[in-house]
Write a protein that binds this ligand. Sequence first.
Ligand SMILES: Cc1cc2nc3c(=O)[nH]c(=O)nc-3n(C[C@H](O)[C@H](O)[C@H](O)COP(=O)(O)OP(=O)(O)OC[C@H]3O[C@@H](n4cnc5c(N)ncnc54)[C@H](O)[C@@H]3O)c2cc1C
Length: 408
Amino acid sequence: MSHVTTFVKREVVIVGGGSTGCSILYHLAKRGVKDIVLLERGIQMASGQTSRSTALVRTHYSNPSVAKMALNSLNFFKRFEQEMNGRSAGFKQTGLIIGGDESTEKGIRDNLIMHHGLGIESRVLDFEEAKRIEPEIDPTSFKPIVYEPNSGYADPSLTSNAFSAAASELGANVMTETRVTDVKKIGNGSSSSYQLETTNGAIEASKVILATGVWSKELLAKLKIDFIPIKPVRHPVIIYRRPEVYQGTRPLIFDFPRRMYYKPEGNSLFYAGSIELELDTSQGAVNPDNYDIDVSYSEVERFSKSVAECLPIMAEKGQFLRGYTGVYDVTPDQEPVIDDLEGEGYPGLYCLIGLSGHGFKLCPEFGRIMSGLVLDGGFHDYDVSIFKSDRFEIGALIESKYALGTVA
Ligand SMILES: Cc1cc2nc3c(=O)[nH]c(=O)nc-3n(C[C@H](O)[C@H](O)[C@H](O)COP(=O)(O)OP(=O)(O)OC[C@H]3O[C@@H](n4cnc5c(N)ncnc54)[C@H](O)[C@@H]3O)c2cc1C
């Protein structure tokens, strides 16, 4: 990684070195863009919310474009090492059990039909089959039960660092410990460019991509952009140790009745998190640089009760270890903003923000889509116009089959 303090004019600047920015850097470098630099305020890649991600990689979504994005990304994770010159994303295929309830049953069944049309492998399980796949689960509160055999999880820091290292090998530049403190548009029309003030001096660029996650508001405000509503919301994760009989590679579980997700990690860890929409809609916004990073007693109590009901062995022999909280960059429809802002008067300015707590798994495809927007003036493989930033103003929110957070 280079630390440059002198100033240059660049063709493309990416702000933010999380999974999003690193994937964009790689995909642009792969397509031959050499005059490109990624600016990251942290000391290394993935020092923002990416490092806090539970990093589930699955394809169950309600919207065909998001499901397609998830499928292409999953396939990328599966061939990551070939694509990335031997570098690993730490992808582990575990399978995912999705347990529905009355309020989600129709949505799940409709989604299955849509998923099969897209080529996503998934099937309905009866109780017996569910118990064969995960002997410790109590499936009795689930209707229906769906299984995605190809889902799993990856390592978010490895993934981001692999993208940035592969991009550097292709000639891209990365500057860490470089915070963008101001950004201004210079000039008008097609001749406009952007002046970025950073803690390492100023840079001018004709194209700027914001991949700044929960910190996006600050730079949007500098550009006087107030039409992208992003709320940074606190999200707790509780970690347990699994007992001996429940160790090894085990499937992920979406527990819709209790609004929870569970991730058995490695040999013996177990992560539990919430998919409660309420958490995102009614919670106040937090300052991502100063929020309560600890979990509360009541959060541990609520999560543990759900874990115990779904996996009774955890009530008997599981062990609470610790918890932490991360922050989601939530939009009103819980889907990302993927856009060039030319139509809004900002030619050459792009953003991929507002990932709403489910953006890690999509990062391979985010990079491919953004490279299309930047280099081809659009992405033509499937419809990504639904992610445009004007959808909030014109009331064209992306619809979900569920009133659940992140599983939109
Ligand atoms: C607890 C938790 C669990 C999650 N679980 C999952 C999951 O299971 N599956 C899934 O798909 N997703 C999950 N997510 C969401 C996913 O992790 C995020 O959507 C994704 O990692 C965000 O990546 P990003 O690159 O957009 O943002 P970040 O990783 O936050 O990166 C933004 C970067 O921009 C940098 N930056 C910001 N402002 C500036 C500036 N002015 N100058 C320079 N640099 C700047 C920051 O330092 C940061 O590194 C989870 C998130 C959390 C918090």
